[in-house]
Write a new protein. Structure first.
Length: 295
């Protein structure tokens, strides 16, 4: 069976999806929205405007893409946004892409898979640029599209009002994260000063706060975010989602370079071990952000 659409494959999580929105916009414009997207439906649903159809990669109908057996199904072109260090996925999907496959490396690291120019893999020019310069993931992906002859378009994020504070602590799986008890201290300090403050309970936590917010459906989270605010969290997929929604993000980084991984939109990055990341300092930062809203 020969499909006439472009098949875009993106198997990233929530944060990866949010960081790829400008890539979706650029591809949608280039291919006149003649794109079927394949990935995790609960994340892709927030980007429906860029695609003809959205497909759930967890469905058994897509198993042929990951099988070593030959298939009679082909697509006009495969566009793969992801990680493929050993080139196995590119090799498999070239066989079902009638036009030259496009590969967009999702994010930079120190090692790359075999360069496959036919599949639109990273060129040495991009790799050398990355070694000499710090490039945010959004720009990193758009630079690759431009190398493939696709005009890079950056999706602007409309900033929402900074009318409240939303805290998102997480279970401290690693010692390097800012501990959730610090978020609790921050919560009570802000509330005590009359600042409208909300605290989300993430998976794995049982916060000792009666008025905590527990929302499991991402669509409901977006509805809550749509009213605006300042979002404070560790580096997480939810931080990228908050930035995508238009919130000002204050993100605490530990293991990754904030210059590469910070959320899109208006953002402030703090680094554990470098910046003075304590509740009192964060309160001052939040006050400055709230004051800027009224100027």
């Amino acid at each position: 069976m020969d499909h006439e659409d472009i098949l875009l494959i993106h198997m990233g999580g929530l944060g990866d999806m949010c960081l790829s929105e400008s890539t979706f916009l650029s591809l949608s414009h280039h291919f006149q929205k003649n794109i079927s997207a394949l990935g995790y439906l609960r994340f892709f649903n927030f980007f429906k405007e860029y695609f003809k159809t959205i497909n759930n990669i967890e469905s058994a109908r897509w198993l042929y893409l990951f099988s070593d057996y030959p298939t009679e199904q082909t697509w006009k072109r495969i566009v793969f946004v992801g990680k493929d260090k050993n080139g196995a996925l590119r090799k498999r999907w070239k066989a079902v892409s009638r036009d030259k496959m496009i590969f967009v490396d999702m994010y930079p690291d120190n090692t790359y898979g075999p360069v496959d120019s036919e599949a639109g893999a990273l060129t040495s020019k991009i790799e050398n640029y990355q070694l000499k310069n710090v490039m945010h993931i959004e720009s990193y992906q758009l630079t690759q599209l431009e190398q493939c002859g696709i005009k890079p378009l950056k999706k602007n994020i409309k900033a929402l009002p900074r009318n409240r504070v939303i805290l998102y602590p997480e279970a401290s799986i690693t010692k390097s994260k800012w501990h959730y008890e610090n978020f609790i201290e921050l919560y009570y300090t802000l509330k005590g000063h009359g600042v409208e403050t909300h605290i989300f309970e993430s998976f794995g936590l049982n916060l000792p706060i009666a008025e905590k917010i527990v929302i499991e459906d991402l669509a409901d989270v977006k509805t809550f975010f749509d009213s605006g605010g300042i979002f404070v969290s560790n580096d997480s997929g939810m931080a990228h989602f908050a930035g995508f929604c238009g919130l000002l993000t204050i993100t605490i980084f530990s293991d990754f370079d904030s210059s590469i991984w910070h959320p899109r939109g208006e953002n402030i990055s703090l680094r554990l071990g470098y910046d003075n990341v304590v509740a009192t300092e964060l309160v001052d930062t939040i006050y400055r952000c709230l004051a800027e809203e009224t100027e």
